[in-house]
Design a protein around this ligand. Structure first.
Ligand code: ADP
Ligand code: MG
Length: 349
């Protein structure tokens, strides 16, 4: 099964929410739509669900037109960030809802709901009311409710957005394991890069109603298609440069870069691509440590490099950081292990 999105455009008044968007969603895959707020993720999801109609473009599932089918006919499962459960119904009846509407036999409902309670690890909680559950448990019930009628596609719009960081992290690895178990074609909307990378097979990076890049998490991280994607995937140092074929001049420093353009441009260096060393080496740039902060399993080091005319951030792992014994005010040297240049950015510079 493949869902083919072809040249979808959607305007709200004069505002273009989706601008000629095309995408293939492979059956059984988990695709994340990743982008900043307002980039058109929800609009695309709503069009897939049938809640919204595009102004132009096609939507097909295995070559059959989807646009002419109602939301009900499409049989999609939906979960939103604030998809309130029915407060007066217990967990069991919340999950059973779509089956009751479809007038399924009692025994079948019983069996399906119990199966889903197991799947969301809430066996024995069927008679609780939503108010007696934690936020994370409630979103799992919302997911079970969306799965009850065996949808062809599951559409999730920031489903964990309202939960605190730790519960979010637990739920996203849980969702990934669940997907590996049931292999239901899933489109997952998020503005959180970590979340997209952790759950998805394919990441679709969106910006201003357009798709900037589609690829596996590794492809997108390793080879960002352009400066927007590069900047969106977490902190990056951006240095103004003067490009000459294969080289870039930044302040007083000349660096080798993989490109052959010339003229003004920008260099992008990720914090973990900045190596801090104690003694001068060829090509290393002098810098002063401004501030050292523990971050995840390492240290975030803020630096000032006068010869680059810029401040920079370096991320070093804990062992390396401890070995270096860095403190604010220390004089060190920086080796930029990898600096990228993007074509699109050179024109803008
Ligand atoms: P995202 O989910 O990526 O944050 P949306 O798809 O919700 O983005 O929205 C894209 C843009 O379209 C936003 O700027 C939003 O204000 C606008 N928009 C979305 N829905 C409507 C609507 N029903 N009427 C007017 N503008 C809308
Ligand atoms: Mg949205």
């Amino acid at each position: 099964m493949t869902i083919a999105v072809r040249s979808l455009t959607k305007q709200f008044g004069t505002f273009t929410a989706l601008d000629n968007v095309s995408l293939d969603i492979k059956g059984g895959s988990l695709v994340a739509l990743l982008g900043p707020s307002g980039s058109g993720k929800t609009t695309l999801l709503r069009i897939l669900s049938g809640l919204e109609r595009p102004d132009s473009g096609d939507l097909q599932i295995d070559g059959n037109d989807l646009a002419s089918q109602s939301a009900r006919q499409r049989n999609v499962g939906l979960v939103f960030q604030h998809y309130a459960l029915f407060r007066h119904l217990d967990v069991f009846e919340n999950i059973a809802f779509a089956l009751r509407v479809r007038k399924r036999p009692k025994a079948e409902v019983e069996q399906r709901v119990n199966e889903l309670l197991r799947l969301i690890q809430l066996e024995g909680h069927g008679r609780r009311l939503p108010s007696q559950l934690s936020g994370g448990q409630r979103q799992r019930v919302a997911l079970a409710r969306a799965l009850a009628a065996r949808p062809r596609v599951l559409l999730l719009d920031e489903p964990f957005g309202a939960l605190d960081a730790q519960v979010r992290a637990e739920l996203r690895s849980w969702l990934r394991r669940l997907h590996d178990e049931i292999h239901l074609t899933t489109v997952f909307v998020t503005h959180d890069q970590d979340e997209a990378f952790e759950v998805a097979d394919q990441v679709v990076v969106m910006n201003q109603g357009r798709i900037e890049q589609v690829g596996s998490p590794a492809e997108v991280f390793e080879s960002p298609a352009n400066d927007f994607v590069m900047r969106f995937l977490g902190h990056v140092n951006v240095l103004d440069a003067q490009l000459e074929s294969g080289r870039a001049r930044v302040g007083d420093v000349v660096l080798d870069v993989a490109h052959d353009g010339s003229g003004p441009g920008r260099l992008y260096v990720r914090p973990h691509e900045v190596e801090i060393i104690r003694t001068q080496q060829e090509g290393a740039v002098p810098a002063r440590v401004l501030r050292v902060t523990p971050l995840n399993a390492g240290l975030k080091v803020e630096l000032q490099a006068p010869s680059l005319g810029s401040s920079l951030r370096a991320d070093v792992d804990w062992e390396r950081g401890t070995a270096l014994g860095l403190r604010g005010g220390d004089d060190v040297f920086l080796s930029l292990r990898r600096a990228r240049v993007f074509e699109s950015d050179r024109r803008a510079a």
